[in-house]
Ligand binder design. Structure first.
Ligand code: MG
Length: 275
């Protein structure tokens, strides 16, 4: 970690004082959990679930998972209690901790465009995994050869790019796929969350993410909190700090827990006591 990153982290955690109500915003795949070709097998890095559970049990942090997946897919994989709030579908869906669900409704025209896509992708493309979401159609090429990935990408772009010009639809690029979608993106989700937490008390907020889709969130949090790129390799990013998972992610979450512990007195510290 660079000295600049260290200084930014020091400055960030200094704001955990007095009546501070910190918010911890977390992407899931690639950030809390290593990628799996079968995404239903993507479980958190060892130790991460325990750290998140400790932070949740402190009751000081507003923890929010912001994921591209449908929110309900995350709950059994994350398996953290008390359940955090989850913004799914890149922010188009919101699953509250008490189970209430909000979803940005699509216009009939947008819905009918999206409905025709899976069949057209099956006809046009030469492989890849098609995922149908309530607000989007996704083509994934994780796990295929680079040559095959190029072909799938080219054919998917030929279909998605003209449609992305239509009102209400946009193209979302990520590291092993393309999504044609409607609704709020992760930047919009972060802006909405920041607006809700605005108030008299300081609310230090961090957003942790790995993918190109997290860049809108890093831009949204600029000037309001800390953007953290969690990734094995650095890349051009709007984030303030880069952490290599899982070790530096562990260190960050431990530091978060301890910074929150200082907000309370007489706190039992399961991290310190497990040593
Ligand atoms: Mg991710």
């Amino acid at each position: 970690m660079t000295n600049d990153a260290r200084a930014k982290l020091d400055e960030f955690f200094l704001a955990f004082t007095g009546a501070a109500r910190p918010s911890l915003l977390l992407d899931y795949d690639g950030t809390l959990a290593p990628f799996r070709v079968d995404r239903f097998q993507a479980r958190p890095w060892a130790g991460v679930r325990k750290l998140l559970t400790c932070i949740q049990n402190q009751g000081r942090t507003r923890m929010v998972v912001v994921t591209g997946r449908p929110a309900a897919e995350i709950l059994p994989l994350l398996s953290v209690e008390p359940t955090p709030e989850i913004w799914g579908l890149h922010g188009a869906e919101r699953l509250h901790a008490d189970g209430r669900r909000e979803f940005e409704e699509l216009s009939p025209a947008t819905r009918s465009t999206l409905e025709t896509l899976p069949e057209r992708l099956r006809t046009d493309s030469t492989g890849g995994l098609i995922e149908v979401k309530p607000n989007a159609v996704v083509m994934h090429w994780r796990g295929v050869t680079p040559a095959r990935a190029k072909i799938i990408e080219k054919q998917t772009r030929a279909l998605f790019e003209p449609l992305a010009q239509i009102d209400g639809l946009s193209l979302l690029e990520f590291e092993a796929g393309l999504e044609l979608r409607a609704g709020r993106d992760k930047g919009g989700a972060v802006t909405a969350i920041l607006e809700e937490t605005a108030g008299p008390n300081p609310h230090p907020t961090a957003y942790l993410g790995d993918d190109l889709t997290d860049e809108s969130a890093f831009r949204a949090i600029k000037g309001h909190g800390l953007g953290v790129l969690v990734r094995r390799q650095i890349r051009p990013t709007a984030a303030d700090v880069w952490l290599r998972p899982p070790e530096e992610l562990h260190d960050f979450l431990k530091r978060w827990f301890r910074a929150c512990a200082h907000l309370q007195s007489n706190l039992y510290d399961p991290l310190l006591n497990s040593r």
